[in-house]
Design a protein. Structure first.
Length: 242
């Protein structure tokens, strides 16, 4: 019987998201809901598994790990892009990397605007205070309507954020390294030079892939350009979750 490992399922939900019964005759599925401490622990735990389904992409698969798992035949990841696989190490081997369809920009956009609403309306903060016995609210909320939404990176995620921002009545401006005025307009935003003034009454949301060009893109200088009345939201992946 083939053994398959579902990794990084820290919420124990993978087995409820699909009907696994059609493969249970031929495949033994084991879910790992706890993180591995190091590469040695990864290698020890995954011996004998032919199929690894990477649910949350927390554990990288560098050459050392791949070469130490002789039974490995298939690596599956959520989403089409996963930089934690050592693709060069996979090429000469019999291991097949694969990807399951992701839900595009929808979750990230929802999270970004959820954070914006929490920053401006403090709903979660006030809810926690109420449950703790506070008599009344202390927040004076701000409307998103009329604020400027600055988008760093006007790709698929950035364009969706621009659409949602307009639905809130926000003015949308954008910047990325290869963005032109025409592309910005087509994406629902106005091109703004990165070194120019960032929103004085608004929010900046970052939707850029981590790369040598984008690393450190927003630093002390850029943060210093923002007014105290502005907010920064970053839903881009960090170096350990790519």
């Amino acid at each position: 019987m083939v053994r398959a490992a579902v990794l990084d399922d820290y919420q124990n939900v993978a087995m409820t998201f699909a009907d696994w019964s059609p493969i249970t005759r031929d495949v033994e599925v084991k879910v790992f809901d706890k993180p591995f401490a190091n590469q040695a622990e990864v290698i020890k735990a995954l011996q004998g598994f032919a199929d690894h389904c990477r649910y949350a992409r927390a554990h990288p698969f560098p050459r050392k790990v791949i070469e130490a798992l002789p039974d490995l035949k298939l690596l599956i990841t959520t989403g089409a892009r996963n930089n934690s696989f050592d693709v060069k190490a996979l090429q000469p081997s019999a291991v097949l990397p694969s990807a399951a369809p992701a839900s595009s920009a929808v979750p990230t956009t929802g999270i970004a605007f959820g954070l914006m609403l929490e920053l401006t309306r403090r709903v979660g903060f006030e809810n926690a205070r109420l449950k703790a016995g506070a008599p009344w609210q202390v927040t004076i909320g701000r409307d998103l309507e009329g604020l400027t939404l600055g988008i760093l990176g006007l790709g698929k995620l950035g364009q969706r954020s621009a659409t949602v921002g307009k639905a809130f009545g926000m003015k949308t401006i954008a910047w990325s390294q290869n963005l032109t005025p025409e592309k910005a307009q087509a994406g629902g935003a106005e091109l703004r030079h990165k070194g120019g003034p960032l929103p004085q009454r608004g929010l900046v949301t970052i939707h850029l892939m981590l790369s040598d060009r984008s690393r450190g893109l927003v630093g002390a200088k850029e943060l210093g350009l923002m007014k105290k009345t502005s907010y920064l939201v970053n839903t881009s992946r960090g170096p350990d979750c790519r």
